[in-house]
Structures are given as C-alpha cells and as structure tokens.
Design a protein around this ligand. Structure first.
Ligand SMILES: [Zn+2]
Length: 87
C-alpha cells in the first residue's frame, strides 16, 4: 500500500490489519539493522587483525585536547588498541 491511498476510506479492521503488518515490518527491519551492525563489527575486527597496517596521522580535527587518529592507508581503519570481537 502506498502513502497516496486514502486511509479514511478503509474499514477499522483493514486499518488494524495494516497497522499490525506495519509494526511487524518495523520490528523485522529493526532486527535486520541490528544484525547488520553486528556483522559490520565482525568484518571490521577481522580486517583489522589481518591487515599489515601502514599508519598515517589523519588530518581530521579532533578538538584542542585530542590528537588526530592514525589511519591505516591499506584498510582505512583507525588505530584501535582495544578492538575486540563483538559479543
Ligand atoms: Zn590496515
């Protein structure tokens, strides 16, 4: 159903059905995004561990009290001495 459909023409039962379907879609997408976020952390971890890094200081401005991060010119990841597998 597209957003141009006139919802005011639909019955309460149909609106309830559509509302429930929409809610289920919302939760499915929510779980899918969480799974993708977790897989992204796995990919990042293994890329980080496998790469023979060549660090270069980035020119990103981090504020007056922080130094810019070192970025690997091979894999593009920032130096992270605390990287670990997601739980
Ligand atoms: Zn690297």
């Amino acid at each position: 159903m597209d957003s141009k459909t006139d919802l005011s023409e639909l019955s309460i039962e149909k609106l309830q059905q559509l509302k429930q379907e929409n809610l289920e879609n919302k939760w499915n997408y929510h779980h899918l995004i969480n799974d993708c976020d977790k897989m992204d952390k796995f990919y990042t971890y293994f890329i980080y561990k496998k790469c023979n890094h060549e660090w270069k200081r980035s020119n990103i401005y981090c504020g007056p009290y922080d130094s810019p991060p070192k970025i690997c010119i091979k894999c593009g990841l920032a130096m992270d001495n605390y990287i670990r597998l997601p739980t």
